[in-house]
Design a protein. Sequence first.
Length: 421
Amino acid sequence: MLPRVMQIRERRLALLIALTAIAWHLCGVFAPPRISGSVKNTEARDFASYHYAAIATKRGQSPYAKTTLDRIAKREGYRSSVHPYLYPPPFLLGVYWSVPIQLPAAFTIHKLMQTLACWIGVWGLIRWWRPMGGPVRETALIALAGSYGMIYGLQMGQANASVFALTMLGLWATERKRQTLGGALVGIACMWKMAPALFVLWWAWKGKWRAALSSVLAAILLSVMTLPIMDLQTQWSFYRDVLPSMASGEYNGLTIRIDMFGNHSLSNLWHQLFPSGENVLSGLARTAASASAVTLLALLGMSMKRTQQNATRTAAQVSLVCLTMILLPVYTYEHHLIWAIPATVVTLTALANGTLSVRWAPCVAFAFVALCFPLPHLKELSTQALAGLPGLAWLVQESKTMALLLLWACCAYISRRPSHS
């Protein structure tokens, strides 16, 4: 009788945790934003780039010319300028619907679509990782509820949630022996944003060539499908001019500083150590960043040696790839931290089911708190409350980068040890 009572209590507690996490998440999504949608403020600024890039393409103009986007934005009257458009040509297929709609209404629709995509991605993650054992559903909902990066991305009008959903569903399908479908979904994600291409290399490392080939073919097919709205020469300009500019931090003319508060990349650390005096990486910083990337990729490969796989190891490896994706670029904004959700789920679940020793608990706790901490409050703490303590202020400033590195170490440890599943 007693074990049955305990099971009922555990289920009720799990349900309470899940409902609380869902309520917290919904409050973050639908509460009034801290920033308005006016020209002078920043809400929807990323979606505005997509929206006006689609309009420019509709008019036969290059979406990669920032002056063109600024001119269209000023004419419409909602923004005085926008960020440069930085994404692969097929990305516009996903936002072309917004062309006949004014920016505020289009942004609202986009936000709802991204919210749904985020839930689909987390649902796929829960279904996929149930064999890990332990409270996967609860930890996934807690990770989602606490992800300030996800909330921030919705306010900015980012598209990370849809890329996240496509990637998670694609990886899940591949693990269920549906490599063609899984590869195609990840290929679509790669043509929305390039970062998930690292999973194609992961598949190649694991010998899943059908999934890798399907990703490449899906990317090619999407590029062909984009030809009716963007000619081959304009598409090629992305790979010739825009994509290479991201290695140095130029990002097609992006004016945001590399060392700004809230850049969570390794390149940002090297840029601070070896400044160039300009908003690009110096030669030393670029060399150090490249060495860091090679080292991180080598460690990633060592963590994925072809030992016997199980659900926990696979989840840890996926999380490692996600974390590597956000540590390597020159810019890692707050909204990119949606990709830290899998690592948060893995580490919290591993602590709960005993795969990860309690000695790791302080690292996981620090990482979780740092990633959940709203960036504006973190900036206020660093620049105002700790203004007289520059060393401590810097540690607070870079706390989310440290959190990512700690999660990376935890997931690497999990991926190389036996588990309960």
